[in-house]
Design a protein around this ligand. Structure first.
Ligand code: 13P
Ligand code: SF4
Length: 315
């Protein structure tokens, strides 16, 4: 009880900053984290940028304020570092939609195919891949593969369909999806766009085809951010996890950002419940106690590293 009372009065900002210095730690945060975590991060970005920062990190400890596959990737590409994740239960519905045993059996049906996996998957799936991609570099990754080769793309079928359209390449798709991006309502977006005729509608490629078909711009989180900064329009309807609105508003204070509506009005479905498991308090505790730590089998890390390194060599 006393402990709890003491903990209640902690200035998390101050303590996290102090512990970071004391322990030579660096905080990497994704745009979907809560605002205060985004604000205290040393590096804030999309999956690709954070993977690059994790690889280059010189600090002894990397605290990954994101989801499990992101922290796992950091550990795989910089295995000497202690990698911490504020809440180990911060998973990803997309990664969960691709169980390794099922995927290995699926892959066996196409022995000649090159396996491209979206970074939103487990280390086991990465180890079964030829090359990894993120939504920022997916088109470049697909275009780097010789035209005669058959391609398996996993786990996101929505991103996969989008990439087929963008690259003109036929691909064998795994049937996975993200619950957050599949929650957006096409009909409500159309209605909202009618109410805001000057607004532009922008979307992350994990959204369903029907939604992407009406978007003025489609891109990764960093792509969406760049777009709203450069575009002359002053109102945007945004179909991706709502956490991104914080950085959009910071970079463009005079513009208006409206989260795209979801099918179910009773839920906060445009928020990723996994991402939001991380809090300032958990970030503080994880730095203080140096746990939970990402620990992976050595062989698994070695097998998963090459497909990630191949991606990093492209862009
Ligand atoms: P980005 O790589 O575009 O940041 O996407 C990460 C993610 O999890 C999207 O749901
Ligand atoms: Fe996974 Fe979707 Fe959350 Fe991104 S938004 S971390 S894809 S569940």
């Amino acid at each position: 009880m006393i402990n709890n009372a003491v903990e209640q009065n902690i200035d998390f900002n101050k303590e996290i900053t102090r512990l970071k210095k004391e322990k030579n730690a660096v905080i990497l945060a994704h745009y979907y984290q809560e605002d205060a975590i985004q604000d205290i991060a040393d590096y804030l970005g999309d999956s690709l940028y954070l993977a690059k920062m994790a690889k280059e990190a010189k600090a002894d400890i990397i605290v990954f304020a994101g989801v499990h596959f992101m922290a796992e990737t950091a550990k795989i590409i910089n295995p000497q570092k202690k990698v911490l994740l504020p809440d180990l239960k911060a998973g990803c519905s997309l990664a969960d939609s691709c169980p390794p045993t099922d995927f290995a059996a699926f892959k066996k049906q196409y022995p000649e195919a090159i396996v491209v996996t979206y970074i939103n998957c487990s280390a086991e799936i990465k180890a079964l891949s030829d090359i990894v991609c993120t939504s920022t570099n997916a088109v470049d990754v697909i275009n780097s593969i010789s035209k005669e080769k058959q391609i398996i793309f996993a786990p996101d079928k929505n991103l996969g369909r989008y990439l087929i359209k963008q690259t003109g390449r036929e691909m064998i798709l795994w049937d996975g999806a993200c619950i957050v991006h599949e929650a957006f309502s096409f009909n409500k977006i159309v209605a909202l766009a009618k109410e805001n005729p000057t607004a532009k509608f922008i979307a992350h490629p994990e959204s369903e085809s029907q939604v992407l078909d009406i978007a003025h711009y489609i891109g990764s989180t960093s792509g969406l951010l760049n777009f709203v900064q450069k575009d002359s329009c002053d109102t945007f309807i945004v179909a991706t996890e709502a956490g991104i609105l914080h950085e959009m508003q910071k970079r463009c204070p005079s513009k208006q950002f409206i989260p795209a509506p979801v099918e179910d009005d009773t839920c906060a479905c445009s928020e990723c419940a996994f991402m939001k498991l991380n809090t300032m308090e958990k970030l503080y505790r994880c730095l203080k106690d140096e746990t939970p730590e990402i620990k992976l089998d050595l062989q698994l890390m070695n097998d998963a590293r090459l497909p990630i390194e191949r991606m990093l060599a492209i862009k």
